[in-house]
Write a protein that binds this ligand. Structure first.
Ligand SMILES: *Cc1c(COP(=O)(O)O)cnc(C)c1O
Length: 376
């Protein structure tokens, strides 16, 4: 059997173990310590000097806390991009609120500003103003934040960015994760950098990261005994995990470069195939190209699924684009505003192996199979 090629696998830079060893040497084996502070500082400097960062146990935890801080509760509605990973929408459900799903547009595959506006007007007409807007920068491509923020400002609704896949991406020089009132990052095993599992909340206001850290550490009031006036969570990042994060920050830009090179190479070697198309960066947009995706126009019985199965039979992992949330059984009853764009992307889209540790031979193996399928 050929060696397995993964969709997106962890890629250590070499500096990680030094920070982890330091944690052991100084006995900071706890969910606080110098690595946690250092990792937060690294992220802050990378994103923009005037944001605040709280390192947490996952990106999902960051979204959950951000929604709590925005006051989302039972019966509320939160506007959410439909085409995304379920972790964007699940925290809305944790709080007893209802996600209102918005379709994608074709230029970035993210939240469609037109449908967003229609949805906000309609929800308000139906008697409920949405409590937050949750756009996602899928596969590293920034959403149309200028338009989304303009609408959000007009209706005075806070924007919570899901930047889990977009660390290092930017639009007109501004990094993803710094557009909204708050944002989540993820360092899960398959993301552009990984801590083995972890996440962060990014906020414009220090009060918000302070509140997040308070809630993430069991909401202990100031008192010598354990005193609680809020429900707390155990969501803080461990100092060991944060050590991995500090090492990964040293290679983040290299990872982005490698992933962008993967995309460029696939495009170079596959763009003569009429059935295949790629998502280009709109002017001023910079994607970290977390995953390299193609759209496959079905023709003569060959679909993206034909390609996926052919890759699978050669021990190569690829995956359809995210199945939109409005088509998921768990969110069957949630409202949706759209015109079928996300559904079409899901039907025709495929994520190709995209790790920053792929070799030229790996990429060539993928390309050879994709070409063979399309050439019959
Ligand atoms: C990975 C991911 C998350 C969740 O992050 P975790 O750290 O795995 O909890 C949320 N949203 C999107 C779009 C993601 O890709």
């Amino acid at each position: 059997m050929n060696e397995k090629i993964w969709l997106s696998s962890p890629h250590m830079g070499g500096g990680e173990q030094k920070y982890v060893q330091e944690a052991f040497d100084t006995n900071w084996v706890a969910p606080l310590g110098p690595n946690v502070n250092g990792f937060e500082e690294d992220l802050k400097l990378y994103l923009k000097d005037d944001v605040f960062v709280a390192a947490l146990s996952s990106g999902t935890a960051a979204l959950h806390l951000a929604l709590i801080i925005l006051g989302v509760g039972p019966g509320d509605e939160v506007i959410c991009q439909s085409m995304t990973f379920s972790a964007s929408a699940n925290p809305i459900a944790y709080l007893g609120a209802t996600p209102v799903f918005i379709d994608s547009e074709k230029d970035t595959w993210n939240m469609c500003p037109k449908q967003l506006l229609i949805a906000i007007k309609d929800r308000i007409a139906k008697g409920k103003k949405p409590k937050a807007i949750l756009p996602v920068h899928l596969y590293g491509m920034p959403a149309q934040m200028d338009q989304i923020l303009a609408i959000a400002n007009e209706y005075d609704i806070p924007v919570l960015e899901d930047a889990a896949e977009a660390l290092g991406s930017y639009m007109d020089g501004q990094r993803c994760g710094t557009f909204g009132i708050m944002a989540c990052l993820s360092f899960n095993g398959n993301k552009i950098i990984t801590t083995s599992g972890g996440g962060a909340l990014v906020a414009q206001a220090k009060a918000h990261t302070d509140k997040a850290v308070f809630l993430a550490t069991q909401a202990r009031d100031q008192a010598p005994h354990y005193q609680h006036s809020h429900i707390g969570y155990n969501y803080r990042m461990s100092n060991i995990v944060a050590g991995i994060g500090r090492g990964q920050m040293e290679v983040l830009d290299e990872h982005i470069n490698n992933r962008r090179n993967n995309f460029a190479y696939y495009k170079e070697k596959l763009s003569d195939m009429d059935a295949i198309s790629f998502l280009e960066e709109p002017k001023g947009y910079f994607s970290n190209r977390w995953l390299s995706c193609i759209l496959v126009e079905p023709k003569d019985g060959i679909t993206r699924e034909t390609i996926r199965l052919a890759l699978e039979s050669e021990n190569i992992e690829s995956r359809p684009l995210w199945k939109p949330m409005h088509l998921q059984p768990i969110f069957e009853t949630s409202p949706f505003y759209g015109d079928g764009t996300a559904e079409l992307l899901f039907e025709n889209g495929l994520c190709l192996p995209s790790g920053s540790n792929l070799t030229q031979e790996d990429l060539d193996r993928v390309i050879r199979i994709v070409r063979a399928v399309l050439q019959g």
